[in-house]
Design a protein. Structure first.
Length: 610
């Protein structure tokens, strides 16, 4: 527990915090992945890269084969990539691990990025017309990944959003939200139609894709309602019910939480959504805006197995429910409610963001939920609150490698509070702030520049680029304040915005990638369908939908690297961040450790696989 003196100082600073004793982390359940080999063609040849799995030996090395003939002169030891000069885009590669001096068998064959990208064919749903006569079509929106069928390869789960999707503040009918499970070759495994009683928009449907029961196949969790249809055509609740009011809002009728089979799309279990909406006005307004603000995530609350996090509300009341999916059934682990007698009046209400983050902030081996300006402990108890209120963006990770533990960087929109700040993620203690300046709508933090140690932080409303101590180290801010990607060969991170990737420079940014005939999502947020370490080595892929919505176009880096890091898919802080990336205002993932200029040797995660 925190000492009495420390706790007293924090309380005097207006901070509320509880503590836990640290303990050693146990092995966490992770995906049993294949080697994830990719071949990215350039004018000069092919870059082949592959995963260093957490289950591999520390000293594993590799040989690269083209159609059965080795192409590398000596084993690859210091990285997990190899450039094969002069090779055509059709070259077929496998990789063989060398363990204890013994070469193992072939990996899976490389995924070929023949034009620098790989297309996953899509079948857009048919459009329709709302009751007030407005026609709509469908656009590919947010995506997630998981091994849906247990073959060791990642598959996609894609949300289709109608062109008349609405923000909660906007009245009007919307088309149905559609969700597909899709193999890398475009095979559609299933299609779920959430029906007329789930409104469409960024804040309504947060879908979690994860292997919750440890059977080696990913499940998909979503909020459902009367008329939702699973991947086998089975209707949840009443097929005929229509709970939409004249303004298009759904403020009555049952609400459910459903776990879908990732391979078939079948609804395996459905329970009442927690919390129920109750009285609409109790969430902050009477017309249906704040009552339908949902967030979702995945967290290792027991330190070893993943639990589902489903939440409602952040402007006023917040309720977070933690669920376990074991043996084909839901069990509620805990419920956190800012209106409970334990939490009411203590500064936890109104502290949520348009997203959440999951990390082991107190180093006890179990995950906490960072919910904007507050955090909830792994056991469902309040951990801390800064009382700085709601905001649109936050980043949680090892942003300052010179100090112990993790940090949170966040922007706020309360004109009386700091416009941005960095805090100790364990206690919520503010490390530095920038002056109040109204609604600060964007903020990013990571090491994008080798000229300053640790993460750089910048935002829309504050001047300059700041180091982890809050000191302005560059007057020119990056051209992007949206997303990030490890793209080129060094360990500093690049800027991902709209349909391009740039390298930060103090005099100007350098374009490294422009997506061809693709679109970004979510309006001015300009986010990709998904970005993260999906295939190949530890660098990140970016996935956009094509402008005609007939494919997901995946880009993988063409740059060589001399850095060897275990696949970030086996770092569970990063893996759970990929799972919550689709939640509301999408944010980029951060691992549990620092990646950047001058970084220490990357730690190797301890995991178990099915």
């Amino acid at each position: 527990m925190l000492g009495a003196v420390t706790a007293g100082l924090l309380a005097a600073a207006g901070l509320i915090v509880t503590g836990q004793t640290s303990q050693a982390a146990t092995a966490r359940q992770a995906e049993a992945l294949d080697r994830g080999v990719v071949s990215v063609h350039t004018d000069a040849g092919n870059l082949i890269s592959w995963r260093w799995l957490a289950t591999d030996a520390d000293d594993v090395s590799f040989n690269v084969y083209r159609a059965g003939t080795r192409v590398n002169a000596s084993p690859v030891t210091g990285s997990t990539n190899y450039f094969h000069a002069g090779a055509p885009n059709s070259a077929d590669y496998t990789v063989r691990a060398i363990v204890g001096g013994v070469e193992q068998g072939d990996s899976v064959h490389a995924i070929q990025f023949r034009s620098g990208y790989k297309d996953v064919p899509l079948s857009p749903p048919a459009g329709g017309t709302t009751p007030d006569g407005v026609a709509y079509t469908y656009e590919a929106n947010d995506a997630s990944v998981g091994d849906l069928d247990g073959d060791g390869a990642l598959d996609f789960v894609l949300k289709w959003q109608p062109t008349n999707a609405k923000d909660n503040s906007q009245s009007g009918y919307t088309g149905n939200t559609i969700v597909d499970g899709i193999k890398l070759d475009g095979t559609r495994l299933w299609r779920v139609d959430l029906g007329r009683n789930i409104r469409s928009g960024a804040h309504y449907t947060q879908f979690q894709v994860y292997d919750y029961d440890g059977d080696g196949k990913t499940e998909v969790a979503m909020k459902t309602a009367d008329g939702s249809v699973d991947g086998r055509g089975t209707v949840i609740g009443s097929a005929s019910a229509d709970h939409r009011n004249a303004s298009g809002y759904i403020l009555s009728g049952p609400e459910y939480l459903t776990m879908f089979n990732g391979q078939t799309g079948a609804a395996m279990g459905t329970v009442d959504y927690v919390p129920a909406r109750g009285t609409v006005s109790s969430w902050g307004d009477s017309y249906g805006n704040r009552v339908d603000r949902f967030l979702a995530g995945t967290a290792y609350l027991d330190g070893s197995r993943p639990s589902l996090i489903m939440a409602r509300g952040y402007y006023t009341r917040t309720v977070i429910a933690a669920w376990d999916w074991r043996n084909g059934a839901f069990t509620r682990r805990w419920t956190f409610d800012t209106n409970s007698s334990t939490n009411s009046g203590k500064g936890y209400d109104g502290q949520g963001n348009h997203q959440l983050s999951v990390a082991d902030v107190d180093a006890d081996g179990k995950d906490e939920i960072v919910y904007g300006s507050m955090a909830v402990d792994d056991n469902g108890n309040a951990l801390w609150t800064t009382k700085n209120g709601h905001g649109d963006a936050m980043h949680v990770g090892d942003l300052d490698p010179s100090r112990a533990g993790l940090e949170e960087f966040k922007v706020d929109e309360d004109g009386s509070k700091p416009s941005s700040w960095m805090a100790d993620a364990r206690t919520g203690r503010l490390l530095w702030t920038t002056p109040a300046d109204g609604d600060n709508g964007r903020g990013v933090s990571d090491d994008i520049w080798s000229g300053s140690a640790g993460a750089e932080s910048w935002s829309s409303a504050a001047d300059g680029v700041r180091d982890p101590k809050g000191t302005v180290v560059a007057s020119r801010k990056p051209s992007s304040t949206n997303f990030l990607s490890w793209w080129d060969g060094d360990t500093t991170r690049e800027l991902l915005d709209g349909t391009h990737i740039d390298k930060f420079g103090t005099s100007g940014d350098t374009r490294q990638l422009t997506g061809a005939s693709v679109h970004s999502n979510n309006g001015t947020k300009a986010t990709p369908a998904l970005s993260g370490d999906l295939f190949g080595d530890w660098r990140e892929e970016v996935v956009w939908a094509t402008t005609d919505n007939t494919a997901l176009r995946i880009y993988s880096t063409p740059y060589e690297t001399g850095t060897k890091i275990t696949t970030l898919l086996h770092d569970t802080a990063y893996r759970t961040a990929l799972a919550w990336q689709n939640t509301a205002y999408n944010q980029p993932p951060h691992p549990s450790f620092f990646i950047g200029s001058g970084m220490a040797k990357a730690p190797r995660p301890t995991v178990t696989t099915p």
